[in-house]
Design a protein around this ligand. Structure first.
Ligand code: HEM
Length: 471
């Protein structure tokens, strides 16, 4: 028995040594620079994820190693300016990590979890009609009624002189808006002015869980994504009193495509939308406010632009906000400098490999584009890449810059809800900056956030004052 045990341990150690030697000295990626442990194990990346600052850690690695960084035995993060075009626009398979998003259990694939571009595009066709700009704008009044509740809270804080944690209220607003747009029913966070049943706190844990478990999906299937949990039941239902909302479009698609579309696609679409639509928008609005609090010269310009347009409605309309060129430049700059999706977009190199710059990667290599790496690249954006400068979006160079602007990703894997994102960002940023001034309680305090797959932001506490011109 001891002899057998010793042999087994010996064999195991020998195998481990072989795997390490192979990854370091024989792998086709051996010449790609990167932190030593990352060449041997995925845990280097997972450890950075768990720290909650994956964005800055990967950026620092590119600052040190250049365009290509080996961040796991079989994954290279690409910061080359051609990366987004060559990787994201090339309809490559998505990496296995996305399969974490099967829902309600590992058997059910949806638009996010599906890694084959062709199948994913078919699934997207069932869901996309809900997200057209025309359909979403039919919910503008409902969006306005939620924003009005948010403004009521801001007025209360302005009157009392107590500081506000803006991030909390923005998260209440973005959650209620997505509830209303999808199901004609806000979740009630703004009415209550609180995190109901700790849902939002839970979300933060869920994002960290998903980000890490994507690399260990079998554990997730054992714990949660299995038929037993599905049997316990958790499905979206049509709201009989609803408007013709986003979910109504999905149920229509289901009725029109019997046999092709399946019921669980609607549950997944709802689950994915709620997970993806809330912290992203709330973080971007906080970034917008945070940068403008720190740059009064730009804040005054946005406020002057809105005043000149004479926008008097309590909530600025999407159409009006679209016409505010400098406001839009500030929103774009916030999305660039504080992009709310912080993990890379991983794709798999195809048969015959792929060449980017002076490197060729063999079939099967995972190539990921991290938005923070592209958005903060001095090679692309110039020496002031890491500064807030909305004027870069006002010059003649915009067409070139747009090609490197990937907050919603690019190609077939890009954000299906970006129209709703743009509507919310435009309306909320315009309304808030027009009607209120914010001042940090502790002016030196920096933005707090946790960055896993996406980012949850907590803007420092602020005093809020109504603007004289504010309606
Ligand atoms: C500032 C706002 C937003 C940003 C920057 C953003 C960005 C992104 C990005 C980059 C992805 C792709 C992630 C990947 O492939 O790894 C994504 C996916 C997704 N986003 Fe957004 N998003 C935003 C708002 C929204 C909103 C408002 C919705 C509303 C429904 C939404 C719904 C989704 C969904 C459902 C997915 C999964 C995509 C799929 O099925 O393939 N997002 N988003």
């Amino acid at each position: 028995m001891p002899a057998l045990f010793v042999t087994a341990v010996g064999g195991f150690v020998a195998l481990g040594v072989f795997v390490v030697m192979y990854r370091v000295y024989l792998s086709p990626l051996r010449h790609i620079p990167g932190p030593g442990p990352a060449a041997v194990t995925r845990f280097w990346y997972v450890r950075r994820l768990l720290k909650g600052k994956i964005n800055v850690d990967i950026l620092a690695a590119h600052d040190q190693y250049g365009h290509f960084v080996r961040i796991a035995p079989n994954e290279v993060s690409v910061g080359h300016p051609d990366g987004p075009k060559k990787i994201l626009l090339a309809t490559l398979h998505k990496a296995e990590w996305y399969k974490i998003a099967t829902f309600p259990d590992g058997r059910f694939f949806n638009t996010f979890a599906e890694t084959n571009p062709k199948t994913k595009m078919e699934l997207t066709r069932h869901i996309a009609p809900g997200y057209t700009m025309t359909n979403l704008l039919q919910a503008e009044q409902a969006i306005d009624s939620n924003i009005a509740l948010l403004l009521d809270w801001l007025d209360r804080f302005a009157n009392s002189g107590h500081p506000i944690k803006l991030g909390d209220y923005l998260r209440y607003a973005t959650n209620d808006i997505v509830g209303d747009v999808l199901f004609s029913r806000p979740f009630g966070f703004l009415k209550k002015g609180a995190d109901i049943d700790g849902c939002l706190a839970n979300n933060e844990v869920q994002i960290a869980y998903v980000s890490v478990m994507g690399f260990f999906r079998w554990v997730h299937v054992l714990l949660l994504a299995n038929p037993v949990v599905t049997w316990l039941g958790m499905t979206a239902k049509k709201n009989p009193d609803g408007r013709y909302d986003v979910s109504a479009h999905w149920f229509r698609m289901l009725a029109e495509n019997p046999g092709r579309m399946q019921r669980h696609e609607i549950d997944s679409a709802a689950f994915n939308a709620i997970s993806a639509a809330t912290d992203t928008v709330a973080a971007t609005i906080q970034a917008f406010m945070y940068f403008l609090v720190r740059h009064p010269e730009f804040r005054v310009r946005v406020q002057a632009e809105i005043a000149a347009a004479g926008l008097e409605d309590r909530v600025v309309s999407y159409a009006d906000a679209q016409g505010l060129r400098f406001l839009q430049a500030c929103i774009k700059e916030s999305l660039r400098l504080f992009g709310p999706v912080t993990m890379g977009f991983p794709r798999v190199a195809p048969k015959d490999g792929i060449t980017i710059g002076d490197q060729t990667f063999p079939e099967g290599t995972i190539l990921s584009v991290h938005p923070w790496v592209i958005h903060l690249s001095k090679e692309i954006w110039g020496e002031d890449a890491r500064e807030f400068n909305p004027d870069r979006w006002m010059g003649d160079d915009v067409a070139r810059l747009e090609k490197h602007f990937i907050p919603f990703s690019l190609g077939y894997g890009s954000c299906p809800g970006q129209n709703l994102g743009r509507i919310e960002l435009s309306k909320l940023c315009a309304t808030l900056i027009r009607s209120y001034d914010f001042r940090q309680v502790e002016p030196e305090q920096e933005m707090q956030y946790e960055a896993y797959f996406g980012l949850t932001a907590h803007m420092p506490a602020c005093y809020v004052m109504r603007q004289r011109m504010g309606v």
